[in-house]
Design a protein around this ligand. Structure first.
Ligand code: ZN
Length: 351
């Protein structure tokens, strides 16, 4: 046994057998902001053998306060890549993978299908419902987590043995007035919820369920107080109940969505592109460039911060309307097509 995990394996319920299960497990962390980065840190230290970090976003100045392990040098770099590099430095026999992309109905199966458990570090219900449907369809455990202001929630969902997310939180629309931007969020709540989420994952993989498989936990650090509310399966749940339909239709395009509470829009091209980022960068004035790597080029365009990813996806910062975001991304894709810096031209998306 590696010396790294000796103290943990001395805990009676987490001995050598439990550690072997953890080393053989794959945990997917979907979203590595405050909660996901803290969870990923603790999963690594707990001996999980393979961790896949998925996040579509870059690190912005207002994120640094709560992203575990990130520093100022990481500004404008993809969250998933920064975290995977940092966490890989701990135990080189662990596999820490990064995926810089948006989770969609179309790619969920390929990104999640080998997961022992999917851990939710997200900030929106649109993507959480995609994870929930995946969990129901494949019987994969889904660890729901959220944090805003000083309050966090946690539940370990493993349908059909437990309720699903839509049994307990159906039809939730993402609203700016309930987001971190409006209500704020502390590094202590994201860090604590992340650590508790990692602990629930470790206990599930080592020994099966915990009380979190039957309860939704609410932690309020302002008290502090912890409430465990019993959760129930709903027969009429539209996701896992009698009348459920497991739709697995591809998304309609064009797909430009405002990220909840961030004044940032995410634009996914109808077909993945291969953008030659180094050529785009070479044609650009150096003073506009904020960061560049193999997977993303981040630059200023007027008042906007633009992150252009290798697969053609674009994040547009400082934007309030989807129509404005569509106009900007249309211009970017059109320019790429004109200059030949990409190998597929999504003209049907530009008009
Ligand atoms: Zn359900």
């Amino acid at each position: 046994m590696s010396e790294f995990y000796l103290r943990q394996a001395s805990v009676p319920s987490l001995g050598a057998e439990a550690l072997a299960r953890l080393r053989a497990a794959t945990v997917v962390v979907a979203g590595v902001g405050g909660v996901g980065s803290s969870a990923a840190y603790h999963l690594t230290r707990s001996g999980v053998g393979r961790i896949r970090l998925i996040d579509q976003d870059i690190i912005e100045p207002s994120n640094l306060q709560r992203i575990h392990s990130a520093t100022r040098d990481d500004l404008f770099h993809p969250k998933a890549e920064v975290l995977s590099q940092r966490l890989s430095e701990f135990d080189r026999s662990s596999q820490i993978e990064s995926v810089v992309d948006t989770i969609t109905q179309t790619n969920a199966d390929s990104l999640l299908s080998d997961a022992t458990l999917v851990l939710d570090g997200l900030d929106n219900f649109r993507t959480r419902y995609i994870l929930n449907r995946f969990s129901i369809r494949t019987k994969t455990a889904y660890l729901f987590a959220s944090a805003v202001a000083q309050q966090g929630h946690l539940a370990l969902l493993h349908p059909p043995n437990t309720p699903c997310l839509e049994c307990i939180m159906p039809h939730i629309a993402d609203r700016r007035e309930e987001s971190c931007e409006t209500l704020g969020v502390t590094p202590t709540i994201t860090g604590t919820i992340g650590a508790m989420t990692a602990d629930a994952a470790v206990q599930f993989i080592s020994n099966g369920g915990t009380r979190l498989t039957e309860h939704l936990m609410t932690l309020d650090l302002s008290g502090p107080s912890v409430i465990l509310s019993k959760v129930h399966k709903r027969k009429d749940c539209t996701a896992c109940g009698d009348a459920a339909k497991q739709d697995h239709k591809p998304e309609a395009f064009p797909s430009v969505t405002l990220l909840c509470g961030e004044r940032t829009a995410n634009a996914v091209p109808p077909t993945p592109l291969t953008v030659q980022l180094s050529r785009v960068q070479a044609a650009m004035s150096a003073e506009h460039i904020l960061a560049s790597s193999e997977s993303v080029l981040v630059f200023r365009k007027g008042v906007h911060t633009i992150s252009l990813f290798r697969n053609g996806r674009v994040l547009i910062g400082n934007v309030d309307e989807e129509t404005e975001a569509s106009r900007i991304v249309g211009e970017i894709w059109q320019n790429l097509a004109k200059t030949g810096y990409t190998d597929i031209i999504p003209l049907n998306h530009v008009s």
